[in-house]
Design a protein around this ligand. Structure first.
Ligand SMILES: [Zn+2]
Length: 126
């Protein structure tokens, strides 16, 4: 997935071709087909927009996959959060949330990407 930087407007494209934002967390994410469509129409006469892969925008820390455990919160005991703690296979970033990317297991990642607006920044090599 890509973000689209508008050179002309000095800002990121929002989702749905609906204006611009300086905040990458509020920017749209576009798949390859959509990216190509945008670049083709926006750059017809002059280079106005550029595609930037999401991994270049949202810094993903490197991970020791042998030791990495899922950091997803599963509940609370007293005043401590409990973590899923299954082996982690991806690093995930929640778009629109001011928090760092963190490691997740396959199950939590699938739920967070499918239902909660998270994107995968880094994957364990298989
Ligand atoms: Zn998990």
């Amino acid at each position: 997935m890509n973000l689209i930087w508008s050179i002309e407007h000095n800002a990121w494209w929002r989702a749905g071709w609906a204006g611009y934002t300086r905040d990458p967390l509020a920017a749209g994410l576009f798949d390859e087909a959509e990216t190509e469509k945008i670049l083709r129409s926006a750059n017809a006469f002059k280079t106005n927009e550029a595609a930037v892969p999401e991994q270049m925008v949202f810094y993903a820390p490197s991970v020791d996959w042998e030791k990495a455990r899922c950091q997803e919160t599963t509940g609370m005991i007293g005043d401590h959060y409990t973590r899923c703690n299954r082996p982690a296979v991806v690093v995930v970033k929640h778009l629109g949330r001011n928090e760092d990317p963190y490691a997740m297991c396959e199950l939590c990642a699938s739920h967070n990407v499918g239902n909660r607006g998270a994107v995968v920044l880094r994957e364990k090599e298989k």
